[in-house]
Design a protein around this ligand. Structure first.
Ligand code: HEC
Ligand code: HEC
Length: 266
């Protein structure tokens, strides 16, 4: 076989393997897909759905204050999020359903938190908020809340394709000393117990969410890093492209499911 032909065959094979593993990993039957919330007790489900008792609403409220606050003390009101975007219940409605998305300025995909930080840097001329810090989680929760109940709608953008594919590949790769892949738990063993915990299907529809174990709101990246630590793998750092690729794949896999942010989990 010539070198060119061999390369062609290898890449064709790689393509087949990729599509097979991606479609295996995906719960294609919409009926079979379940949010992690559906595995929870009734009282936790009620806590998630009722804003009056959902602890994450404290973050949403703080996010709303930050939305209106000007970025610099004593500064003209023009530097606030609301000065440019107005009423979030209108301007931010549906925005969270299509993140992660491709950012023109960075020429790279960003998740919703990273997108908010782009406005901090570009439009407010401020330091970005710390990833996983209270301010960023609060504003992200506030923005995500404006899409509650709306279906996940990943953007069809050719520039995202290779990232989604790498995420799918990563999802199928064994990790850590325990040597299990995301798929081996979340596709093959979803609904079973691991120690005391039920294994959910890993849909990202509730994030950011309040986790009782954290006693706090946390991001999807924090959740994925927890799973990596769980299999004794070195977790990718917050903000890493590898995590973003997994987020993109998970969003693709949950397309059409309703957003529940901010969610609640045990
Ligand atoms: C050993 C099994 C296991 C592996 C491997 C694993 N997870 Fe998890 N994952 C869990 C369990 C169990 C939970 C439920 C949380 C809990 O109660 O600890 C969870 C929760 C999640 C959730 C939250 C879902 C929700 O409804 O809030 C996401 C997202 C997730 N995992 C993604 C991943 C990704 C991505 C990988 C691969 C990098 C991965 N997980 C690897 C066991 C695993
Ligand atoms: C000076 C005006 C300005 C300010 C202040 C500003 N933004 Fe933006 N924002 C924009 C513009 C313009 C865009 C469109 C993309 C771009 O050019 O950056 C945008 C885009 C966004 C998006 C993505 C919307 C989408 O449809 O994908 C989000 C989310 C967002 N901003 C949130 C915020 C938040 C939160 C704040 C406050 C922390 C903020 N913005 C402050 C001007 C602003």
């Amino acid at each position: 076989m010539t070198r060119g032909l061999r390369n062609l065959v290898i890449s064709a094979l790689a393509c087949v393997v990729l599509t097979v593993s991606a479609s295996d990993a995906r719960h294609t039957d919409a009926q079979a897909r379940r949010s992690g919330a559906t595995y929870m007790s009734r009282s936790l489900q009620a806590m998630q759905s009722d804003p009056a008792i959902n602890p994450a609403m404290l973050w949403v409220k703080q996010g709303e204050e930050l939305w209106r606050a000007s970025a610099q003390a004593g500064d003209q009101a023009s530097s606030s999020c609301s000065a440019c975007h107005g009423d979030a219940s209108l301007s931010m409605q549906g925005v969270a359903t299509r993140y992660p998305a491709f950012d023109e300025g960075l020429q790279h995909p960003v998740n919703l938190a990273q997108r908010v930080n782009q406005c901090r840097i570009k439009h407010q001329k401020r330091e970005p908020w710390r990833l996983e810090g209270t301010e960023l989680l609060a504003v992200e929760s506030y923005v995500a809340f404006q899409s509650r109940g709306m279906p996940v709608k990943p953007v069809q953008d050719d520039r995202l394709k290779s990232f989604v594919q790498r995420g799918a590949q990563r999802y199928g790769q064994r990790l850590g000393q325990i040597n299990l892949s995301c798929a081996q738990c979340h596709d093959e063993r979803a609904g079973l117990r691991l120690g005391g915990n039920l294994i959910p299907q890993a849909h990202p529809t509730g994030y950011p969410l309040y986790r009782l174990e954290w006693q706090s709101v946390g991001s999807l990246q924090r959740r994925i890093r927890n799973c990596m630590t769980g299999v004794r793998a070195q977790p990718f750092p917050l903000g890493a492209t590898e995590l973003l690729e997994l987020e993109l794949f998970l969003a693709d896999r949950s397309a059409g499911m309703p957003l529940e942010a901010p969610g609640v989990r045990p």
